[in-house]
Design a protein around this ligand. Structure first.
Ligand SMILES: Nc1ncnc2c1ncn2[C@@H]1O[C@H](COP(=O)(O)OP(=O)(O)OP(=O)(O)O)[C@@H](O)[C@H]1O
Ligand SMILES: [Mg+2]
Length: 328
């Protein structure tokens, strides 16, 4: 049985402008604004929540099923993911729209001008999980991450109807979704992932208390940045997992996705939740040390050394039986 990860698939196009936007703006003429900046650097990064999570799982030795919608421009990104072991066969390719893209220019003051083009992502609502489950011989779990909102609801409803366990991971979409939508996205979830801020937002918007959520969600995972993570399973004592050591943090983008990738890898190996969160925390530490969300390199023994340093040799031994990075 496989784990599928549904959600956004996108690229980030990040430019830098070695000047100040404000020097080009005429306040009295903003209604006729037309400005162009000469960027001196362009970085194109692979991203999107579902792609990031699948990449992390694949690098740890899993073959997760990526579920999402892209454009014809996805070819290069597809070969990158497949080369690492991600199953991209169920990715929907739009005939008319490009893959979602975030385009952002940052000036010398770190002021930013950005645009997000959702593009093909809107077609994720056309994806049905049933045929995917049939193709791969059953789905043990589907993570439903931020995506086209109609698609998120459809996947969640389909999981409930077909009795497929699901992990709700609405993150960015919590800001836009209303209470009714959020209630539908999390009710009956086996896992609910949020960071600390999002956990408060979830309670505020749904009107459900922590106790109400505990009645509807089997295991709630709250990540708390450098304060670690909390895993609370109905009927058991909550567990706190401290962070793993980070040698030199350079870019926090994608830590949340890496944590989820590690956690799901632990689940696939049948590890207890505490161990799953430890795998997640260690993977997050690698992402923090690299610029971009899919740029880190792992070897099994270095990964396990880090697990042992943070959580002890017994943890490393248990986890070691379930991960297999490209490099030994
Ligand atoms: N400064 C840090 N040092 C070590 N580990 C960290 C640090 N920040 C985050 N982590 C690890 O990553 C996990 C997820 O972090 P966090 O709660 O910040 O996610 P997030 O807010 O969803 O991040 P994002 O959405 O930006 O990817 C934490 O539970 C922890 O294990
Ligand atoms: Mg997050």
């Amino acid at each position: 049985m496989k784990i599928a990860v549904a959600g956004s698939i996108a690229t980030d196009h990040l430019m830098t402008f070695d000047g100040r936007f404000v020097d080009s703006l005429v306040v009295e003429q903003l209604d006729k604004i037309s400005v162009s900046f000469l960027a001196d650097d362009l970085q194109i990064r692979r991203g999107g929540v579902a792609a990031n999570i699948c990449f992390g799982m694949a690098v740890l030795g899993q073959h997760p099923v990526l579920v999402g919608a892209v454009g014809e421009d996805f070819a290069d990104y597809r070969s990158w993911l497949e080369r690492h072991g991600v199953d991209c066969e169920s990715v929907h390719v739009s005939d008319t729209k490009h893959t979602a893209r975030f385009v952002c220019t940052t000036d010398r003051d770190m002021a930013q001008m950005a645009t997000f083009y959702a593009g093909a992502m809107a077609e994720a609502r056309e994806i049905e999980l049933g045929p995917i489950a049939a193709r791969v011989g059953g789905l043990a779990l589907v993570l439903i991450g931020p995506d086209d909102p109609v698609a998120m609801l459809r996947h969640t409803d389909e999981c409930r109807e077909r009795g497929i366990p699901f992990a709700a991971d609405p993150s960015q979409q919590l800001a836009f979704a209303d209470g009714e939508t959020i209630r539908r996205l999390i009710d009956g979830a086996t896992y609910l992932f949020t960071n600390e801020y999002e956990s408060h937002l979830t309670e505020q918007k749904t009107g459900w208390s922590a106790a109400d959520i505990a009645e509807r969600v089997t295991t709630r995972i709250i990540t708390k940045g450098k304060a670690g993570a909390l895993v609370a399973t109905r009927g058991s004592e909550p567990v706190e997992i401290p962070v793993a050591e980070v040698i030199d943090a350079v870019d926090p983008t994608g830590v949340g996705d890496a944590f989820r990738a590690g956690f799901l890898t632990g689940l696939a190996g049948g590890l207890p939740h505490e161990r799953c969160a430890e795998v997640g925390s260690v993977l997050a530490s690698y992402v923090l040390e690299t610029v971009g969300t899919q740029e880190y390199h792992l070897s099994t023994h270095r990964f396990l050394d880090r697990v042992a340093t943070a959580y002890g040799p017994a943890a490393a031994e248990e986890i070691g039986a379930h991960i297999a990075c490209e490099a030994p």
